[in-house]
Ligand binder design. Structure first.
Ligand code: ADP
Length: 445
C-alpha cells in the first residue's frame, strides 16, 4: 500500500473513530438527561397525587386518580395481594408490566418496542393498607427526539469527515512531495553515480527540510570520499608500479645474463630484495592508513613516557643525539597507545631521515592541550610545500626519499591518527635551518 493511501486511511479512520466516540457520548448524554427529566416529572406527579389524596380523604381515591391519568400512560395501584386498581385512557397500556413494591423505584422499561418511564412509590391507602402507586408514561417525545438527534449526528459526521479526508489528502501530498523528489534524485544517483543533489525548497525549516539538507550533505561527503578513494587507488597503483617494474627488469636481466655474471646476479638479487621490502612497507602503510581512521580501544596514555620510550628505540638503532625538554609533571591523553606511538615514531623517523644533526623533543602544556614538538636541524621545507606534506604519497624530493625508503604515507598516517584523537599536527620550517612538527592533543586532566 502506498504511503499516501496509508496516511489518508490512517487520518480518516482515526478521525472517524474520534467523531463516532464524540457523537455516541452526545447521544447517550442527551438520552440520560432526557430520561432523568421524564422520571423527575413523573416523580413530581406522584408527590402531587399523594398530596391530593391526603387533602381529599372524603373523595374516593379512584375518582381522584382519574384526574391525573397521563395522556400517554397509565396509573396503577397495586395492593400487597390481589388485582391492581388501573386508570388509563388507552387499553394498549393494560398489559404493561407492573408489580407491588415496598420501595421507591424509578426505571425505564421496554414493552412491545416502546420505552416507558415508570415510577413506583409505596403509599398508605385510605383503608390503611400499604399499596404501590405506579405511574407509567410512554416516552413518545423522547423517542422522536432521539431519532432526530441520531440523524443530525450522522449528517454532522458526514459533513465533518469530508474536510478531514481533504486535509488528509493535502497532508499526504505535503509530506510526500519532498520524499518523492528525494527518491527520484536517489534513483538518478544509483543509475549514473552523478552525485545529484535535491533542490532545497524554501519552506519552513521542518524535519523534511532537514532530511533534504542532510541528504545533500551526505552526497557531498560521499562524493568527497569517492574522489579521495579514486585518487588513493590511482596513487597506490602508481606507487606500486615502480618497484614492480624494477623487479621485473632485474629478473629479465638475471635471466639473460645472470648465469655467467655472478656480480650482476648479486646486484640484481639485492635490488629485487630491496624493492620487495619497499613494496611490503608500502602495502603495510596503506593498510595502516585504512585502519587508523578510528581509535582502536582507548585508555589514558602517559604521553611523556610514550615519547621517551619511542626515542629510546631510535637511540638504540642510530648513533644520533637526542635532546628532550619536559616539565616534571607527566601528561596523559585519552586514546590508543600503539596508534599514538606510531605518530611519534613517524615524526622522529622523519627528523632523523631528513637531517643529520641532533633531534630535539619538547613536551609542554598549553591550556587543555599537550604539545609535543619534534625539531630537526636539517635542510628544512620550502613554504609552498608545507601544506602538501600531509597528503598521501606526497614526497618533496622523490629521488631522495626513495633512497631514504620514504613512501610519502608517514605524515598522512600521523595526521589521520592525531585527528581521530581530537588533535592536530602543525609544521613550521625554515630553509637551511630545520623543521618543527608539533602534535597537539587534548590532555586528560
Ligand atoms: P616519507 O615516507 O616520504 O617520509 P612522509 O609522509 O613521512 O613520507 O613525508 C612526506 C615528505 O615530507 C617526505 O618525503 C619529505 O620530503 C618531507 N618531510 C617530512 N618530514 C620532514 C622533515 N623533518 N624535514 C624535511 N622534510 C620532511
Amino acid at each position: 500500500m502506498k504511503l499516501r493511501t496509508k496516511i489518508q486511511l490512517f487520518t480518516s479512520f482515526f478521525m472517524l473513530l474520534f467523531i463516532l466516540f464524540i457523537n455516541a457520548s452526545i447521544y447517550f448524554l442527551f438520552y440520560n438527561n432526557s430520561v432523568d427529566g421524564e422520571l423527575d416529572e413523573l416523580t413530581e406527579q406522584t408527590f402531587t397525587i399523594i398530596e391530593t389524596l391526603n387533602e381529599n380523604k372524603d373523595i374516593p381515591p379512584g375518582e381522584l386518580l382519574k384526574a391525573f391519568i397521563p395522556s400517554d400512560g397509565i396509573i396503577r395501584v397495586y395492593p400487597a395481594e390481589g388485582e391492581p386498581n388501573i386508570h388509563t385512557k388507552d387499553s394498549h397500556f393494560l398489559k404493561l408490566p407492573g408489580k407491588y413494591s415496598t420501595s421507591e423505584i424509578r426505571e425505564v422499561i421496554t414493552y412491545e418496542g416502546d420505552r416507558y418511564a415508570t415510577v413506583s412509590k409505596p403509599i398508605i391507602w385510605n383503608d390503611g393498607e400499604i399499596v404501590t402507586l405506579q405511574l407509567s408514561k410512554r416516552l413518545v417525545a423522547l423517542e422522536e427526539n432521539m431519532t432526530n438527534l441520531f440523524y443530525v449526528l450522522i449528517i454532522a459526521s458526514i459533513i465533518i469527515i469530508i474536510p478531514i479526508i481533504v486535509a488528509g489528502h493535502l497532508l499526504a501530498r505535503f509530506i510526500l512531495q519532498p520524499i518523492k523528489s528525494l527518491i527520484s534524485t536517489m534513483k538518478e544517483n544509483v543509475k549514473d553515480t552523478n552525485w545529484k543533489k535535491t533542490a532545497l525548497n524554501n519552506r519552513s525549516k521542518d524535519e523534511l527540510y532537514e532530511m533534504e539538507k542532510t541528504f545533500n550533505e551526505m552526497i557531498d561527503s560521499l562524493k568527497e570520499n569517492y574522489e579521495m578513494q579514486e585518487i588513493f587507488v590511482s596513487d597506490a597503483s602508481h606507487e606500486l608500479k615502480t618497484p614492480i617494474s624494477i623487479i621485473k627488469s632485474y629478473a629479465q636481466l638475471l635471466e639473460r645474463r645472470g648465469k655467467d655474471n655472478p656480480e650482476l646476479t648479486k646486484e640484481s638479487l639485492e635490488a629485487i630484495s630491496s624493492e620487495a621490502d619497499r613494496m611490503q612497507k608500502l602495502v603495510e602503510q596503506m593498510l595502516a592508513l585504512a585502519k587508523n581512521k578510528n581509535i582502536h580501544s582507548s585508555e589514558d596514555v602517559n604521553v611523556t613516557e610514550l615519547v621517551e620510550e619511542t626515542t629510546e628505540i631510535f637511540k638504540g638503532a642510530y648513533e644520533r643525539e637526542f635532546e628532550i625538554s619536559k616539565p616534571p609533571k607527566e601528561f596523559y591523553v585519552h586514546g590508543n597507545r600503539d596508534q599514538l606511538k606510531q605518530v611519534f615514531y613517524i615524526l622522529i623517523d622523519n627528523a632523523l631521515k631528513y637531517s643529520d644533526k641532533k633531534v630535539s623533543l619538547a613536551i609542554e602544556q598549553q591550556e587543555a592541550n599537550i604539545i609535543i614538538s619534534i625539531t630537526d636541524y636539517g635542510a628544512g621545507i620550502p613554504e609552498e610545500e608545507l601544506n602538501r606534506l600531509f597528503e598521501r604519497f606526497y614526497r618533496m624530493d622523490k629521488a631522495r626519499s626513495r633512497n631514504t625508503g620514504g613512501t610519502g604515507l608517514g605524515l598522512a598516517i600521523a595526521k589521520t591518527i592525531t585527528n581521530s584523537h581530537g588533535g592536530t599536527i602543525t609544521v613550521e620550517s625554515a630553509l637551511g635551518e630545520g623543521s618543527t612538527f608539533k602534535v597537539i592533543l587534548p590532555v586528560t586532566l
